[in-house]
Design a protein around this ligand. Structure first.
Ligand SMILES: Nc1ncnc2c1ncn2[C@@H]1O[C@H](COP(=O)(O)OP(=O)(O)O)[C@@H](O)[C@H]1O
Ligand SMILES: Cc1ncc(COP(=O)(O)O)c(N)n1
Length: 276
């Protein structure tokens, strides 16, 4: 096919492999909105369809591992992927299929958000799948981004303070993840502090903790912003700083819709940069 080279723009491409949130605040929908806001071409491979809104998850319909694989190959064979993130993976079968596909394409900018339970309590990862995640996916991972309960589940030990967090990060790096970010949203204190471990050193990134009910999809949005930065060629620490600023603005400007836990505002970060 003839192409006018002047009309073809080079663009960073990011793929999210995650669940669909019909309510639009988390999962695939949050990821694509975030990619778009950060100037990255977004693509998706859906692992499960959820019926979900601000009140919670009403139903989960996982797709077959084959359906997930076909979506990933459709994207990888034709369009190409600069960075990829995973969110809700649901079962060990899907995790094994995703790991195989990442290996097949040789993708290295791989962000794994080890989504386990929705904020309302619904199970988004079967318990027996945790072993597949640590054993098969973390060895292929550039950055794993657990919240505190997820870091506890993945390492099998409880986190009470900073020393426990650092120990958990070391263990997660031991599974093969090159960088670990333990997010502080579930902590207490005036600041939400995220801890980055690069295999040798720890770096803390703090933001003002906002008292709000609008935290649906914060983890998805943060890891998508991180993935967008990596797709554009940022180093992990710079991408993390941008992701933290993005989620901070999105939480501060949370959208007041629905009768329960509202979504964050994916537009807030760019709006804060517009000239007044
Ligand atoms: N109330 C809050 N105020 C400010 N930042 C927050 C708040 N809650 C979460 N964050 C930030 O949002 C990101 C996602 O964290 P977290 O809520 O722990 O993830 P998850 O959605 O996976 O549970 C992190 O950068 C965290 O520091
Ligand atoms: C499809 C899907 N993926 C991820 C989450 C986690 O988001 P949160 O923990 O903010 O509810 C979710 N609720 N739904």
């Amino acid at each position: 096919m003839e192409m006018d080279i002047h009309s073809r723009q080079q663009v960073a491409r990011a793929l999210t492999i995650a669940g669909s949130d019909s309510g639009g605040g988390a999962g695939i929908q949050a990821d694509l909105k975030t990619f778009q806001e950060l100037g990255v071409y977004g693509m998706s491979a859906i692992t499960a369809v959820t019926a979900q809104n601000t009140l919670g998850v009403q139903a989960v319909y996982p797709l077959s591992p084959d359906a997930v694989i076909q979506q990933i190959h459709a994207v990888g064979d034709d369009i190409g992927v600069d960075a990829v993130k995973t969110g809700m993976l649901f079962s060990s079968e899907i995790i094994l299929a995703v790991a195989e596909a990442i290996r097949h394409f040789g993708w290295t900018k791989v962000v794994v958000d080890p989504v386990m339970v929705a904020k309302g309590g619904a199970v988004l990862l079967q318990e027996e799948a945790i072993r597949a995640l640590t054993g098969k996916l973390l060895p292929l991972t550039a950055v794993v981004t657990p919240n505190i309960p997820e870091a506890e589940q993945l390492t099998g030990s409880s986190i009470r303070g900073k020393a426990d967090k650092e120990e958990a990060a070391r263990r997660l790096a031991g599974f093969g993840a090159r960088y670990v970010i333990i997010k502080g949203g579930h902590d207490e204190g005036a600041e939400a502090v995220d801890l980055l471990f690069d295999g040798r050193y720890f770096t803390e990134l703090a933001g003002k903790r906002i008292a709000t009910g609008h935290t649906h999809g914060t983890g998805c949005t943060f890891s998508a912003a991180l993935t967008a930065g990596l797709a554009r060629g940022l180093e992990v620490e710079s991408a993390m700083r941008e992701a933290k600023a993005f989620i901070q603005a999105a939480i501060e400007d949370g959208i007041k819709i629905g009768g329960g836990r509202g979504p964050t505002n994916h537009w807030a970060f760019q709006r804060s940069r517009l000239p007044r």
